[in-house]
Ligand binder design. Structure first.
Ligand SMILES: NC(=O)c1ccc[n+]([C@@H]2O[C@H](COP(=O)([O-])OP(=O)(O)OC[C@H]3O[C@@H](n4cnc5c(N)ncnc54)[C@H](OP(=O)(O)O)[C@@H]3O)[C@@H](O)[C@H]2O)c1
Length: 248
């Protein structure tokens, strides 16, 4: 069977970019979405060079329902939908939370993922095949100080993935939750708002790379159709818990 369409949200950087390139190398057509359209177009160009037969680079803001619906219409029905767009903003304790940070994390990580999924599922259900891959986080497996909004948003993603498996039972669709520990992408730059502060997070140890996560997504998507890898938790070897990383 010819490789089917892979739709990836948040494909302008990090896991989304690496995943797009990995599926491109396997010959999949791609529809990629993100807000930074120039960066996304660069990724699309690289994907074409890597072997994707077609690549759509589409403007997408997952906090905007009209943007999501236009993206879904332009993209078409995916064989694989990677719900990757997401972010953390700040590490403030609950009494000092910035209102904009709360709204950004909830709207992107929970509401955005729900709306994107809602937009694509009818076509996938009608096709009676397909795979939804949700980017959760190891943060969905515990709690940590400074993560009072981010971690709950990822607990919500895990609950959504689990509920989707129940609701989609019998449709032939697969749902996988990918829960990485700390990975060096633009994630900490966005979270801390400072490139130097972000660098210190990864100093003295080897975190996961975007490619490690992309490899995992490709692995779950390439299992036989009767195998659904429900959940994958992966971490750098030096990361033992949400708060313990061995450095040096
Ligand atoms: N890195 C980690 O340590 C880590 C660990 C566990 C889970 N995760 C999760 O993995 C996912 C990807 O993270 P990453 O590490 O690859 O981060 P990243 O390098 O910052 O990439 C995030 C991507 O999401 C996109 N995005 C953010 N807000 C968006 C919006 N409103 N609409 C559309 N796209 C949006 C960004 O594109 P634009 O800015 O161009 O829109 C970018 O392409 C996220 O869900 C994150 O929570 C990350």
């Amino acid at each position: 069977m010819k490789p089917g369409l892979v739709v990836i949200t948040g494909a302008s950087a990090g896991f989304g970019e690496a995943t797009a390139l990995s599926f491109a190398r396997l010959g999949h057509p791609l529809a990629l979405g993100a807000r930074r359209i120039e960066k996304l177009q660069e990724v699309a160009k690289a994907c074409k060079a890597a072997g994707a037969p077609s690549v759509l680079a589409l403007s997408l803001d997952v906090t905007d329902v009209a943007s999501i619906n236009a993206f879904a219409k332009a993209a078409g029905t995916p064989e694989i939908l990677v719900n990757n767009a997401g972010l953390a903003r700040g590490r403030d304790p609950i009494d000092k939370l910035n209102d904009e940070d709360i709204v950004a994390m909830v709207d992107t990580n929970i509401t955005g993922l729900l709306r994107v999924t809602r937009a694509f599922l009818p076509g996938m259900i009608a096709a009676r095949r397909g795979h939804v891959v949700n980017l959760g986080s190891y943060a969905a497996h515990g709690h940590y100080e400074g993560g009072v909004v981010y971690a709950p948003t990822k607990h919500a993603v895990r609950a959504i993935s689990s509920t989707m498996r129940l609701e989609l039972s019998g449709t032939g669709l697969r749902v996988t939750e990918i829960d990485p520990g700390m990975a060096e992408t633009e994630f900490s730059v966005v979270r801390l708002g400072d490139t130097n502060k972000a660098k210190t997070v990864y100093e003295g140890w080897q975190p996961l790379s975007a490619q490690d996560v992309a490899d995992t997504i490709v692995w779950v998507a390439t299992r036989p159709a009767h195998v659904n890898v429900s959940e994958v938790v992966l971490m750098g070897t030096a990361q033992a818990s949400l708060s313990k990383v061995h450095k040096g």
